[in-house]
Design a protein around this ligand. Structure first.
Ligand code: NCD
Ligand code: ZN
Length: 344
């Protein structure tokens, strides 16, 4: 069996930099036409100028044959100047600004300490119509790690959407029924991305026969009933929900460690894994909307006109990929993915 889709885009991607960027970017460029590139480098991409330089490094790292457009994002801090927003918008290559609560996740130490410090920036974003991308978890250590997304909606996100009603917001990598319900309850300005791991796994996958560091990401995997709500949202045809892999490469040694990093690498099968989800739900007909229409429409970018083909032809994922001096352990390492990307 084969299916054909308008070329999809990845609306949430970590490409890293230097040798790591070189190791991963081809996987995304083979499948996706564009990707929103996360700004959580060290140091973070906080200005349009830094984004311009990072974009040039990404373009230089692409295989010669690639036709892939990196869509840049800026990293919001307590010190972001409201004037940076107009500069970002005018650049034409910055498409969003990313909010990380300080310390919430990998390379988020420079994130926002209190959202009210950024209200002038959010007002400028609303004015300039530049979307805000949200890592939606509180960092309060008193709040159970499995509850941090739901608490974020109540304590932070609902306030932001009330205060800035015209601000477009993407609630990134949602993991809970509460997040699905919140996004559905809001106007068309509020959307969400869904990752393959949160659609394919529940939190049992963290402890299958032992601790599984390669299934550790943030927000952390949740209970099965949350996964069901995410699948229902993905296959529903609702344009608020679209594809964002959150593919987040880390070296093997930093994942398999006493204090392992959060992040799952999925770019090597970034569309194929979603095909599994939609097929299992009996809704392969909804994959194209989710992967190729809804995100482009939300970001007000044209849909692609070329197509990709996937065939139901299982393949075995390599046990690892080269990653500088280390190795990168991909999602499903050593086991099969049901769908294969056909060469153009
Ligand atoms: C991401 C990373 O490694 O940069 N990790 C993750 O678990 N998703 C950061 C992020 O998006 O939270
Ligand atoms: Zn991410």
């Amino acid at each position: 069996m084969k299916i054909s889709l308008l070329r999809p885009d990845d609306w949430h991607l970590h490409l890293r930099d230097g040798v790591s960027l070189n190791a991963v970017v081809a996987h995304t460029a083979e499948r996706f036409g564009r990707a929103i590139v996360m700004p959580n480098l060290k140091p973070p991409v906080t200005t349009t100028e830094l984004a311009r330089e990072y974009r040039a490094r990404i373009l230089a790292a692409l295989p010669a044959s690639a036709r892939f457009e990196p869509l840049m994002s800026l990293y919001l801090t307590d010190h972001t100047a409201p004037t940076e927003v107009a500069r970002a918008k005018q650049s034409g290559f910055v498409h969003a600004i990313k909010y990380y609560p300080a310390g919430a996740t990998t390379h988020a130490d420079a994130g926002v300490s209190a959202l009210d410090k950024t209200f002038a920036v959010l007002a400028a974003m609303e004015e300039q119509d530049l979307p805000l991308l949200v890592h939606g978890e509180v960092t309060d250590s008193q709040v159970d790690v499995f509850d941090r997304e739901a608490v974020f909606i109540d304590r932070v996100l609902s306030d932001v959407t009330r205060r800035f009603p015209a601000l477009r917001v993407v609630f990134e990598h949602i993991t809970t029924k509460e997040a699905v319900d919140f996004v559905k309850s809001q106007p068309a300005t509020i959307a969400a991305t869904l990752t393959p791991q949160h659609l394919l796994l529940d939190r049992n996958a963290l402890f299958e026969g032992g601790i599984r560091p390669h299934h550790y990401c943030l927000p952390i995997l949740k209970r099965a009933h949350h996964r069901e709500a995410l699948i229902d949202a993905a296959i529903s045809g609702n344009p608020k929900f679209f594809l964002g892999t959150d593919s987040a490469p880390h070296a093997k040694h930093s994942k398999e460690a006493a204090c392992g990093c959060a992040g799952i690498y999925s770019a090597h099968a970034g569309i194929e894994l979603y095909a599994e989800v939609f097929e299992q739900a009996g809704r392969l007909d909804q994959l194209e909307g989710f992967a190729s229409h809804h995100g482009a429409d939300f970001y007000r970018l044209p849909r692609h006109t070329d197509r990709i083909t996937l065939s139901k032809d299982p393949w075995t994922v390599p046990t690892h990929y080269a990653f500088g001096d280390d190795r990168l352990i991909p999602f499903r390492a050593g086991s099969t993915v049901a769908w294969r990307l056909c060469s153009p």
